[in-house]
Design a protein around this ligand. Structure first.
Ligand code: NAD
Ligand code: TYD
Length: 352
């Protein structure tokens, strides 16, 4: 196994921590550098089990800090980037779109420029891997599936910023020959998921006997993938993906929100030893999200055909593992839901 020196941005976040864990454990000969600003969403507690490994280093840094990025590339002689750092929550993007434009667009552009500058002499053995989202395709009609050639049609400030960053990545490949690859994944869930997103928010609210807010009529559809399956797909694409290409990642696992909420309530009743139907009594329909995309649905056949990757964790198993993890890690949940989280929750859900 050849040695690689991979900068993983956003490695202290939800998906990033699973990618760091997979690479650190699977590739002892690689050097994994986790570059993260530690925003509200980044938490080094997510990486306790790997922080002492010899092939892991943490660099606290902001992707908006061009100088520090270049220093970090130089210090570690980086030859690969897996770029996950981003502002990632649609609801927050509706309140503060500028922050999304700065981090997701300018931040990505900064890393592209640093990679271009630092690798300029020789692109052999180098790769810039950009992690994007299915949300850049907009909303899918019934029966339609997003493929890699589906036109980009972002409809929230979050997805607009991600789409823009995707375009910059493609432009650097086309204009400067930078070796890039992009993947676009559907909704993830699993351990370490920040409780502003639907599934961990529901679990947290059930544990605190708080209402379960369902936006609009609960008819929106998402395609859910267990986070470790996403991390394995990222591993497959990093090693087997073709330079210049885009790969869609999805679980073929579509759920209408209200059906998912009811299923989760049913599992939580079982786990907490409550009578079936108890948690579901907390369901509360609230004002819909502005511009709420109705359906996301991914066609992952290109990825499956080219790399042999497949999702391994069914939704039933994955959701149970997720609930078990949150029940076993109530302190983690408490730590991330005190202070600033309470302020966020009040602002976001007041008046809904
Ligand atoms: P997250 O919000 O949990 O984590 C983001 C991480 O980026 C945090 O650790 C944060 O500290 C870090 N970060 C933010 N701004 C930074 C900056 N300026 N400099 C350095 N670090 C910074 O996000 P996530 O859910 O793990 O998503 C990771 C990536 O995957 C994002 O690019 C997101 O768009 C994409 N994605 C997410 C999903 C999903 O379901 N969560 C699905 C598809 C794609
Ligand atoms: P979310 O987890 O925010 O992911 P995304 O918006 O990126 O798909 O939301 C998933 C779905 O759940 C989405 O249709 C919005 C809905 N939702 C609620 O109904 N209530 C909530 O409190 C949240 C956070 C989301």
């Amino acid at each position: 196994m050849s040695e690689r020196k991979i900068l993983i941005t956003g490695g202290a976040g939800f998906i990033g921590s699973h990618v760091v864990r997979l690479f650190v454990n699977k590739y002892p000969a690689y050097k994994i550098i986790n570059y993260d600003k530690l925003t509200y969403a980044g938490n080094l507690e997510n990486l306790r089990d790997v922080e002492d490994k010899a092939n892991y280093t943490f660099e606290k840094g902001d992707i908006l800090d061009l100088e520090h990025l270049l220093q970090t590339f130089t210090k570690h002689d980086v030859d690969g980037v897996i770029h996950l750092a981003a502002e990632s929550h649609v609801d927050r993007s509706l309140h503060n779109p500028n922050e999304f434009a700065a981090t997701n667009i300018i931040g990505t552009l900064n890393i592209l420029r640093v990679a271009q500058t630092f690798w300029h002499e020789d692109y052999r053995g180098k790769l810039f891997y950009h992690i994007s989202t299915d949300e850049v395709y907009g909303t899918a009609e019934h029966g339609q599936y997003f493929t890699e050639t589906t036109p980009i049609d972002p409809r929230s400030p979050y997805s607009a910023s991600k789409a823009s960053s995707d375009h910059f990545v493609s432009a650097f490949n086309n204009s400067f020959g930078l070796p890039t690859v992009i993947s676009r994944c559907s909704n993830n869930y699993g351990p370490y998921h920040f409780p502003e997103k639907l599934i961990p928010l529901l679990i947290n609210n059930i544990l605190n006997d708080k209402p379960l807010p369902v936006y609009g009529k609960g008819e929106n559809i998402r395609d859910w993938l267990y986070v470790e399956d996403h991390a394995r797909a990222i591993d497959a694409i990093f090693h087997k993906g073709k330079v210049g290409e885009v790969y869609n990642i999805g679980g073929n696992n579509e759920w209408k929100n209200i059906d998912l909420v009811n299923f989760l309530c049913h599992l939580m009743d079982q786990k907490l030893g409550k009578e079936d139907g108890t948690c579901a009594k907390l369901i509360t329909y609230v004002k819909d999200r502005a511009g709420h995309d109705l359906r996301y649905a991914i066609d992952p056949s290109k990825l499956i055909g080219e790399t042999g990757w497949r999702p391994e964790v069914s939704f039933e198993v994955g959701l149970e593992k997720t609930i078990d993890w949150f029940l076993a890690n109530k302190e983690w949940l408490r730590n991330v839901t005190t202070g600033a989280y309470l302020q966020y929750y009040t602002t976001m859900y007041q008046g809904r």
